[in-house]
Design a binder for this molecule. Structure first.
Ligand code: BG6
Length: 482
C-alpha cells in the first residue's frame, strides 16, 4: 500500500531503539517502496557526528537487523539519511538547521521521541517555540510514559499543552505485531468464537510473555523499572484488553480505544493481603538458559543486592458482565527457559462426564504470538484401538509459517507507517495509559505496604515455585508449550 512522502526526525537518533528498531524498520519500508525518494530521515542526538558517521552507524545497525541486506538498495536509502548534533532541550539549540532540512510542502512530518521520557515535555516546548507544531506534525512517544500515574499525568499534561491529542502517537510495539492484530480478526471475523467468548464457556485465561534474554545493556533502566512497569503496564495489559474487550462499533481509533479502556477500568485491584495470595514477585538467580550458563540478576548489575522483580505472576479478573468470575492469570519474566508469548483460553469441562474412567482434558485455544506464530485448538479425540475407550487431547493446528510464506514485518514497520497515514487505532490514548498506570500503582503500593517477598528462581526455568503454587491453589496449572 503506497504511503505519501513524509519526513521523519528521530530524537535519540543514535540510541539503542533507533539502531535496533527504527532505522532497520525504515530501511525495510524503503525496500518495499513505501518511502519516497524525496523523504528525509533525520537523526538528532547530542553525540558529535557528521552525516557520513551517522550513515556508517545506521548501515551497521541495518546490516545487523536485516536478513537480506542489499548494498545497492542501501546506497539509495542512505541518501535519505541526515544527522544533526543538537541538545534539543537547550534554549539555544540550532532549530533553524533542522527546519531548513524539512520539506516546505504539506507532507506529514513525524517527530519520534526515542529519548528518555524525562525530557519529553522540555523537548515538546522547545519544538513549539521553534514553530514545529504545524498541522502536519505527528508526535510519537516511546514507552515508558512515566514511572507511575502522577509522572505519566505530568508528561501527558506537558505534552498536551503543546500538541493536540490527535497528533500524539503513544507506541506500544506489541500492538504492531501481526499476531496481536490477528487477535481482533480471530475474535471478530469468525462466527465461531464470539458466542462462546464469556464466563458461560470459558474457565480461565492465561497470558504468558516469557523471555530468555536478560538485561541486554539496559541494567540502569531495568533496575529502576522492574517487570511490572516494563512489561505488564503496557504489553501484557494491552493483550488482556484485546482478549477481553467488547466488539467495537468499527475499527476507528477511538472506538477500539474506548472498548479497551473499559476493560482497564473493570480490572480487579489488590490489597496488601490479596496481593500475597494473588501475585508473585521473582528475581532470577544464576542458572542455565538454553544450555548456556548465566549469572544472577544482581551479579549482572554488579550490585550486592536489588529488590527489583524480573518476574511477576498475577491472578486478576474483570468486574463486568461478560467476565464475572473468570480468572485471568498473567505472567512475564526475564531469563526464563524460552522466548514464548501465548494467550491460552481454557474452556470449561463438559457438564457431564460421559466417558467414565477416561482422562478428559478441557478444550483449549492457544494463541501463539511468538515465536512460531499460530493457533492451536485442543480437542478431545478417541485414541484408535480395540481396548477400552481412551481419550486424547490433540490440536487443530493453524501455523502461520505453513500458510504464509511472506516475511512478517517488524511491529515498528507497521506502526511507523500508521503514523504517517494518521491512523491512531493502534496507539494509546492518554486516558488508556493513565488507567493502566492507576492499576499498576495499586499493585506496586500493595506490594510495598504488605512487604511482598521477592522469590528467587533459577535462570532458565519457568519462574519461582510460588508461581506454580498460585495456580495449584486454584486446582489449575500454567500451560507449558508442547
Ligand atoms: C520492551 C521491554 O518493551 O519489550 C523489553 O522494555 C522487552 O524489556 C521487549 O525485552 C520485548 O519485546 P519483544 O518484541 O521482543 O517481545
Amino acid at each position: 500500500i503506497p504511503v505519501d512522502p513524509f519526513d521523519i526526525v528521530i530524537f535519540g537518533g543514535t540510541g539503542d531503539l533507533s539502531r535496533r528498531k527504527l532505522l532497520p524498520a525504515l530501511y525495510h519500508r524503503y525496500l518495499d517502496g513505501q518511502i519516497d525518494d524525496s523523504s528525509k530521515i533525520i537523526g538528532v542526538a547530542r553525540t558529535e557526528l557528521d552525516r557520513q558517521a551517522f550513515n556508517d552507524l545506521a548501515k551497521k545497525a541495518c546490516k545487523a537487523h536485516t536478513e537480506n541486506f542489499d548494498e545497492a538498495a542501501w546506497e539509495r536509502f542512505s541518501e535519505r539519511l541526515h544527522y544533526l548534533t543538537m541538545d534539543a532541550t537547550n534554549q539555544d539549540a540550532d532549530w533553524g538547521a533542522l527546519k531548513s532540512l524539512l520539506a516546505k510542502d504539506t507532507r506529514p512530518v513525524v517527530f519520534y521521541l526515542a529519548t528518555t521520557p524525562l525530557i519529553y515535555v522540555d523537548l515538546c516546548q522547545a519544538m513549539a517555540r521553534a514553530g514545529l507544531n504545524t498541522p502536519n506534525t505527528r508526535l510519537v512517544l516511546e514507552k515508558p510514559i512515566g514511572t507511575d500515574l502522577a509522572s505519566a499525568q505530568a508528561i501527558n499534561e506537558g505534552v498536551g499543552a503543546v500538541f493536540e491529542e490527535n497528533k500524539i502517537y503513544r507506541i506500544d510495539h506489541y500492538l504492531g505485531k501481526e499476531t496481536v492484530q490477528n487477535l481482533l480478526v480471530l475474535r471478530f471475523a469468525n462466527t465461531l468464537f464470539e458466542p462462546i467468548w464469556s464466563r458461560h464457556t470459558i474457565d480461565h485465561v492465561q497470558i504468558t510473555v516469557s523471555e530468555s534474554i536478560g538485561l541486554e545493556g539496559r541494567a540502569d533502566y531495568y533496575d529502576r523499572s522492574g517487570a511490572v512497569r516494563d512489561m505488564v503496564q503496557n504489553h501484557i495489559l494491552q493483550l488482556l484488553c484485546l482478549t477481553a474487550m467488547e466488539p467495537p462499533n468499527n475499527l476507528d481509533g477511538d472506538e477500539v480505544r474506548t472498548e479497551k479502556i473499559k476493560v482497564l477500568k473493570a480490572l480487579q485491584r489488590f490489597t496488601p493481603e490479596t496481593a500475597k495470595t494473588h501475585t508473585v514477585r521473582g528475581q532470577y538467580a544464576e542458572g542455565l538458559v538454553e544450555g548456556d550458563p548465566v549469572t544472577s540478576y544482581v551479579d549482572t548489575l554488579s550490585k550486592d543486592n536489588s529488590d527489583t522483580e524480573t518476574f511477576v505472576a498475577i491472578k486478576t479478573g474483570l468486574d463486568n458482565w461478560r467476565w464475572a468470575g473468570v480468572p485471568f492469570y498473567l505472567r512475564t519474566g526475564k531469563r526464563m527457559k524460552e522466548r514464548r508469548s501465548e494467550i491460552v483460553i481454557q474452556f470449561k469441562p463438559t457438564p457431564h462426564a460421559l466417558f467414565k474412567g477416561a482422562d478428559q482434558a478441557p478444550n483449549r485455544l492457544v494463541i501463539r504470538l511468538q515465536p512460531d506464530e499460530g493457533m492451536q485448538l485442543y480437542m478431545q479425540v478417541k485414541e484408535p484401538g480395540p481396548g477400552g475407550l481412551r481419550l486424547k487431547s490433540l490440536p487443530l493446528n493453524l501455523s502461520y509459517a505453513d500458510n504464509f510464506l511472506v516475511r512478517y514485518p517488524d511491529a515498528y514497520e507497521r506502526l511507523l507507517m500508521d503514523v504517517v497515514r494518521g491512523n491512531l487505532a493502534l496507539f494509546m490514548r492518554r486516558d488508556e495509559v493513565e488507567a493502566a498506570w492507576s492499576w499498576v500503582d495499586n499493585l506496586l503500593e500493595s506490594w510495598h505496604d504488605g512487604n511482598q517477598p521477592l522469590e528467587s528462581y533459577a535462570a532458565g526455568t519457568s519462574g519461582p515455585l510460588q508461581s506454580a503454587m498460585l495456580m495449584d491453589r486454584d486446582h489449575r496449572e500454567w500451560w507449558e508449550s508442547k
